[in-house]
Every structure is written in structure tokens, then in C-alpha cells.
Design a protein around this ligand. Structure first.
Ligand SMILES: Cc1cc2nc3c(=O)[nH]c(=O)nc-3n(C[C@H](O)[C@H](O)[C@H](O)COP(=O)(O)O)c2cc1C
Length: 156
């Protein structure tokens, strides 16, 4: 079913970053979408066990980093281990968005959001945010499109 949904409703691949004081973290997410036009609001579905979930709840901000087609290694790096025990930014250069969320140097664009509301839905929670900072970093880069089999094998 997952493989089918991913093909039927294509999405990009993103690294959702967050800062709480001196603590920074990032995790890969495919379930990212715009959910309001006026005002522009963006939603990210994050499962409660993620370290990123806890840090966004505590900080009230998150940042969507768009991963370009040639950077699948970054999506894998941030998507298969938790920042609870590892500093996933070790070896990855970044700058800070307006409210301090990390922006990966290799991201093609970023949008930093202020958390407006949350909505529990199944085994994930939607974090809905308004835009506080944004920039295009690589105008001509093609975004990485999420293919289930690229990350999780044939079954899904
Ligand atoms: C391609 C890909 C897409 C993912 N999409 C999501 C997602 O949309 N929501 C989510 O909660 N986890 C998603 N994950 C899983 C998290 O990235 C993964 O559990 C990560 O290790 C969590 O890190 P953290 O504990 O440091 O927050 C995805 C993983 C991959 C590889």
C-alpha cells in the first residue's frame, strides 16, 4: 500500500530541522504539504517517537529543507537514525534561519515555520506552521521525488 500511495501522490523529500537552545536536530520527511492559501500554512506529519517531534513541541519552530535530486545520501543520513543519541549534523555544514533552525548548505530551498497548531492523526501528528523565513538556495536544482523503493526496498 505505501508504495502505491507514494506513486499515486508524489511528494518531495525534505529534512525537517529544529533548534531548542544549543540543541539542533533534523529528520527526513516526505509527508510535507501546504494546507492554507491565505495565510500560507504548511503541515508536516511527524510520528511521536521522533526526537524531532519533542524538539518542535518544545521550541515552537521547525524548518523545511528541500533536498535536491543529487543529494539522496543526505535524506538517508537524516532518515534512518535518531538524534536522541547521535549528532546528525556532524560533518554537515549549515547556517541558521531567522529563528535559529539549521539550514543545510546542500538544501535547494528552505522555509522556517512558527508552529500554529497540531493535529493528532493516526500514528502521526500534523505540525502546522506559518512562514517566518524562507529562501531559494539553488534556483535550478530539481527536487528529489520520494520513491518508496529508493529508501525502503520493494515492499510497502
Ligand atoms: C525517505 C524518508 C521519509 C520519511 N518521512 C517521514 C515522515 O514524513 N514523518 C515521520 O515522522 N518520519 C519520516 N521518516 C522517518 C524519520 O526520518 C526517522 O524516523 C528519523 O530517524 C527520525 O529522526 P529523529 O528521531 O532524530 O527525529 C522518513 C524517513 C525516510 C528515509
Amino acid at each position: 500500500m505505501q508504495d502505491f500511495i507514494t506513486k499515486a501522490i508524489p511528494t518531495g523529500v525534505y529534512v525537517i530541522t529544529v533548534r531548542k537552545g544549543d540543541t539542533i536536530n533534523g529528520m527526513t520527511a516526505a509527508w510535507v504539504t501546504q494546507v492554507s492559501f491565505k495565510p500560507p500554512l504548511l503541515a508536516v506529519a511527524i510520528a511521536p517517537p521522533r526526537y524531532t517531534y519533542k524538539l518542535i513541541k518544545e521550541s515552537g519552530y521547525f524548518c523545511i529543507n528541500t533536498i535536491p535530486q543529487d543529494a539522496m545520501d543526505i535524506a538517508k543520513h537524516f532518515g534512518f537514525k535518531s538524534g536522541k543519541k547521535t549528532d546528525k549534523f556532524k560533518g554537515y555544514s549549515y547556517t541558521n534561519a531567522l529563528k535559529g533552525s539549521p539550514v543545510l548548505d546542500k538544501a535547494s530551498a528552505y522555509i522556517e515555520c512558527e508552529l500554529q497548531s497540531t493535529c493528532e492523526t493516526g500514528d502521526h501528528t500534523l505540525f502546522i506552521g506559518s512562514i517566518v523565513d524562507h529562501a531559494m538556495l539553488q534556483e535550478n536544482a530539481e527536487p528529489l521525488i520520494f520513491k518508496w523503493s529508493d529508501f525502503f526496498g520493494k515492499k510497502g
